[in-house]
Design a protein around this ligand. Structure first.
Ligand code: HEM
Length: 141
């Protein structure tokens, strides 16, 4: 039987509690909650609207409206306390004739926006794993 003093015991219990609590954090919490998602979305829209390869698609877009919808969607999909109330992805993008190549440019901007918002690489990958499968709903070739 290993002998421990009271201090060591308390330290071990606190470590265990912290590790357990942390492993249960939602991706939303790990990202930094709503402020971090607001930042990512701001940078994403800055990039998309300035990206000459795809910004023609956003000519008619009301930026503030899209910002709110994207924040709610990222928040909800990562386990946060929001409800996305926009169109589903097929409906939202049907008729835009978005090509796979354009989807990939969008994803590049998404990654750069997460970089801008200082999201760690490990978490960027978790976010991408949620959104990448939407490629088929949004684009075609
Ligand atoms: C995983 C990828 C994507 C996500 C999560 C996403 C998300 C969204 C959301 C939430 C909306 C708002 C829907 C509504 O009005 O109710 C939207 C609209 C739109 N998206 Fe996407 N999108 C994605 C990919 C793309 C790509 C690849 C493009 C173009 C290259 C694009 C262009 C647009 C445009 C032009 C609108 C319409 C904005 C407007 O109302 O004028 N999206 N998207």
């Amino acid at each position: 039987m290993i002998k421990m003093n009271k201090q060591t015991m308390v330290f071990l219990i606190l470590t265990l509690v912290t590790v357990t609590a942390h492993s249960e954090d939602s991706l939303y919490q790990q990202l930094g909650g709503k402020p971090a998602i607001e930042k990512i979305t701001k940078h994403l829209l800055d990039r998309l609207l300035n990206n000459e390869k795809i910004n023609f698609l956003f000519k008619e877009t009301e930026r503030d409206d899209l910002h709110i919808k994207i924040v709610d969607q990222i928040c909800m999909e990562t386990g946060g306390p929001c409800k996305y109330e926009g169109l589903d992805m097929v409906e939202a993008h049907s008729g835009m004739n978005i090509k796979y190549s354009e989807f990939d440019i969008f994803v590049e901007d998404f990654i750069l926006a997460m970089e801008d918002a200082e999201i760690p690489f490990r978490l960027q990958n978790k976010v991408l794993a949620i959104f990448a499968p939407m490629r088929e709903d949004v684009s075609y070739e």
